[in-house]
Write a protein that binds this ligand. Structure first.
Ligand code: NDP
Length: 384
């Protein structure tokens, strides 16, 4: 039986890896909609290859290029934020949400409000919207499957168990490419150095987030919403080999861990095939070749982002959305060479100090907090 799939953010790292799995199982999948921001040529090439019904660029200015690239293909082309949300709301068996940043929130909500199954990679959407998103999932009977490797690991370790029996959930963190650097070295880190992740091949923004440890901070908040065990039962441990993707300890002190190669196609496949399993092209895990698995406590002096994330979710209200928005602004500034590496967390902390908002109660509320927090963060950058 073929299954219908839409991929939001199809031209990105997660999007392309999803398409790679589909390419290997073409008879099992039919592609409904593929979206990008402005990578019109790449999007059109994928839409043609996979026979998508629709291709959407979020940036309307890129629509003429998309139309031209799709001429004669029979694929419907559309552009703009509204078209993106309409594409996300089309009925499918599974929607892969792989847009980067809070820009993915409205389309994810559109897929959720249709009551569909959403494989969520777009962690910033859940961090920003938090309870608004989880309430919508419950209200519309949607299913959220975590793509993020850590949350996918936890999801797998929870199968067949009761959440009330969980004593502790431990998120593993690779520590990123700058894990052993001194404060002086960190202050001088370049975007290329911050993006050179030792284990994972990812998009630019999440690579920088891994280097600052903000990725783990965002994941801490994401885990809080996906697995409601209470913040005191959520822990982070640095595990440089990225072999154990996360762990769940139960009240009897039995700990279940999920292990696998550092390749996003494993958790993506877990979501695509859920509740069954499918083949992936990866080699089997060779533990004897890996030899050693090591673990360290996070160093929040050099990498304050996990502390900021913990404080933001403890503070509640609009703080998580503010943290995310300020981080998106600061990472973009770092990638553009406007600020140094250590300024990323500093901008996030200052934004959280200067701006506070009540708990968002709707998608519009979340988007307003996001916009206001961005304005504050940008102002901080201007006066740096
Ligand atoms: P990429 O930067 O590689 O890709 C992002 C995708 O989103 C592209 O298709 C891009 O289109 C699209 N996009 C960017 N901005 C917008 C916008 N404003 N509106 C609509 N679409 C937009 O990101 P990743 O694939 O690395 O990450 C995607 C998400 O998955 C992130 O939330 C990340 O944290 C999460 N994630 C990623 C992992 C990874 O291994 N990469 C692992 C775990 C989670 P265009 O090509 O036109 O710019």
């Amino acid at each position: 039986m073929t299954r219908l799939i839409s991929i939001l953010g199809a031209t990105g790292s997660v999007g392309e890896q999803t398409l790679d799995l589909i390419r290997r199982n073409r008879d099992r999948w039919q592609v409904e909609a593929l979206t990008a921001n402005c990578s019109a040529q790449q999007l059109a090439a994928f839409a043609r290859e996979f026979g998508a019904k629709m291709a959407v660029v979020s940036d309307e200015g890129c629509l003429p290029e998309l139309r031209e690239a799709l001429a004669g293909s029979g694929v419907e082309a559309a552009g703009g934020r509204q078209a993106l949300c309409e594409a996300a709301a089309r009925p499918v068996d599974i929607t892969v949400a792989a847009i980067v940043g809070c820009a993915g929130l409205a389309p994810v909500m559109a897929a959720i409000e249709r009551g569909g199954t959403v494989a969520l990679a777009n962690k910033e959407a859940l961090v920003s919207a938090g309870d608004v998103m989880t309430a919508a999932v419950a209200q519309h009977g949607a299913t959220l499957l975590p793509v993020d490797s850590e949350h996918n690991a936890i999801f797998q370790c929870l199968q067949g168990n009761r959440i009330e029996d969980v004593a502790r959930i431990t998120l593993t963190a690779s520590g990123g490419p700058l894990r052993t650097w001194t404060p002086e070295q960190l202050a001088a880190a370049t975007p290329a150095q911050a993006m050179a992740h030792p284990n994972w091949d990812m998009g630019a923004k999440i690579s920088v987030d891994s280097a600052t440890m903000m990725n783990k901070g965002l994941e801490y908040i994401e885990a809080h919403h996906l697995f409601p065990v209470g913040l005191d039962r959520l822990k982070i441990v640095v595990h440089p080999q990225s072999v154990i993707h996360s762990m769940v300890e139960y009240r009897d002190r039995s700990t279940l861990a999920q292990l696998g190669p550092s390749d996003m196609r494993v958790p993506i496949a877990s979501c695509l095939a859920w509740p069954q399993r499918m083949d992936t092209p990866m080699a089997p895990l060779d533990l004897a070749a890996i030899g050693e698995l090591t673990f360290f406590a996070p160093d929040e002096q050099r990498f304050p982002a996990t502390r900021l994330a913990r404080e933001a979710i403890e503070a509640g209200g609009g703080a998580p959305a503010t943290l995310n928005a300020a981080n998106e602004v600061a990472v973009a500034a770092f990638l553009a060479g406007q600020i140094g590496f250590m300024r990323i967390a500093a901008v996030v902390e200052s934004t959280l100090t200067r701006y506070s908002a009540a708990a968002p109660e709707s998608l519009d509320d979340v988007l307003r907090v996001d916009q206001e927090a961005r304005a504050h963060a940008k102002e901080l950058l201007e006066h740096a």
